[in-house]
Design a protein around this ligand. Structure first.
Ligand code: FAD
Length: 318
């Protein structure tokens, strides 16, 4: 079986669902391929087992991710904060820091993302908020400590909250149990031809589209790019050995970031400022794997903002 669309999104977590929702009514036919079922089950979750080296605990591979519609938002805690302007800047003391875009560029998308995670306005200055509430900040000596503002999502479970929106959209088709097992490039290795998928029952099908987005989480995305190595022996987007290096650096924990970093030049990262894989015309990445550097903020609000920005970009392409 061959499924066809204008835009094919692999992974129905926070990033994939946000993208698909943004593309409702866009005129583009959208396909969302989600590996898992509607809610967590052990058979699909077992696919997230694996081995680790170094500090990372192997149990974290299975426990820190959810392979079901809605992805890891099925058990996220909902802490939200925008990255600070300095988090986007290049700093001598942080190797390979610096984004090819700045906070100001992301601000309009943060303003839209707050609705997706169901928090208040995109307002992050603690003193402004406290002043507005007629209350004083805690009296810290600002040379040693500073007040920061977090907002708390309910937390939004993206699958439960937004499944009906996608069901109702005429131009969006969601396929569950659709495990992408291979990204097939053309003979030149500069464009994706199709995604190959399998169900746990052993059925297989392919998805063809003009544009593809891989949004399978911070570990599965680089794993799939590396494993799709029939055209390029080091995997997709790995001409300069990035993924292996960054997967190696990844420590255990709930937030998987920086495994397919964003960079202006291909020598420094995997995707460009539009989230497009360097050297591959029609392949994009959604999710926190593209963060080149971060600060203290948790990742989800920013990846939702980036998904909204990517949806705008894709809509302009098709
Ligand atoms: C315990 C815990 C608490 C957290 N708390 C917070 C918090 O307070 N604040 C915060 O900002 N973040 C938090 N996070 C992180 C947050 O959950 C993630 O940032 C967010 O879910 C990532 O979204 P994503 O779409 O990139 O990936 P995911 O949500 O993981 O979605 C990836 C999707 O891709 C699918 N997929 C995987 N492989 C394939 C394949 N081969 N084919 C097709 N589909 C596939 C998966 O089934 C999944 O649905 C927490 C995480 C954990 C584990």
């Amino acid at each position: 079986m061959v499924l066809e669309a204008d835009i094919c999104i692999a992974g129905g977590g926070a990033a994939g669902i946000t993208l698909a929702r943004e593309l409702r009514g866009s005129g583009a036919e959208v396909l969302l391929l989600e590996a898992g079922p509607e809610s967590r089950d052990e058979d699909h979750q077992t696919l997230y087992e694996g081995e680790t080296s170094g500090e990372a605990e192997a149990s974290q591979l299975k426990n820190s991710r959810l392979r079901a519609f809605g992805g890891t938002t099925g058990h996220w805690s909902g802490w939200c904060q925008a990255l600070e302007p300095i988090d986007f800047e290049s700093r001598d003391w942080i190797p390979r820091s610096g984004w090819p875009l700045d906070r100001e560029t992301l601000d309009p998308f943060y303003r839209r993302a707050v609705d997706d995670v169901e928090i208040g306005a995109s307002e992050w200055d603690a003193s402004t908020i406290m002043e507005r509430a007629g209350r004083a900040l805690l009296p810290f000596d600002e040379t040693n400590a500073t007040s920061v503002l977090y907002q708390y999502s309910p937390p939004t479970r993206f699958g439960e909250a937004y499944g009906d929106d996608l069901e109702a959209a005429d131009n969006v088709e969601v396929y569950l149990h659709a495990n992408v097992v291979h990204i097939a490039l053309n003979a030149n290795g500069d464009a994706v031809e199709r995604l190959e998928c399998e169900t746990l029952e052993g059925n297989s099908f392919t998805a063809e589209a003009d544009e593809f987005v891989v949004a399978m989480g911070g570990l599965e995305t680089p794993r799939m790019l590396l494993a799709s190595n029939d055209r390029k022996s080091d995997g997709i987007g790995n001409d300069h050995g990035h993924h292996e290096q960054w997967l190696e650096w990844l420590r255990g924990g709930a937030h998987h970031m920086g495994t397919t970093r964003m960079s202006a030049r291909p020598e420094k990262g995997v995707v460009d400022a539009d989230c497009k894989v360097h050297g591959v015309d029609n392949l994009y990445v959604g999710g926190s794997s593209i963060y080149p550097s971060v600060g203290a903020a948790n990742p989800t609000l920013t990846l939702v903002a980036l998904a909204i920005r990517l949806a705008d970009h894709l809509e302009a392409q098709v």
